[in-house]
Design a protein around this ligand. Structure first.
Ligand SMILES: [Zn+2]
Length: 89
């Protein structure tokens, strides 16, 4: 996903719950890698209903007033869980 254009926004929505969420493409890249918006859709799961099959993802442009109204879901942190693996001698 090459979204060098600063005005580009990733909109991920659930058609089942009618929830739309807006992301910064650079932050999605950080989480799932440099993939196409179609790949983003395949990774997406709705937090409300837990389903994947109704997810849509698209890159949109927003300017001016429209951009001001958008509330982004920002990346807060990436947590790496510590996992312990045992081995018998
Ligand atoms: Zn949903």
């Amino acid at each position: 996903m090459h979204a060098h254009d600063a005005g580009q926004i990733a909109r991920i929505s659930c058609g089942h719950c009618n929830i739309k969420r807006y992301y910064k493409p650079a932050e999605l890249r950080e989480v799932i890698g440099n993939v196409s918006i179609d790949e983003v859709r395949k990774h997406a799961r709705c937090q409300a209903c837990g389903k994947k099959e109704f997810m849509q993802a698209e890159l949109i442009h927003a300017y001016g007033q429209e951009l001001v109204r958008i509330r982004f879901r920002r990346l807060k942190e990436i947590r790496w869980e510590r996992r312990v693996v045992w081995r018998d001698e």
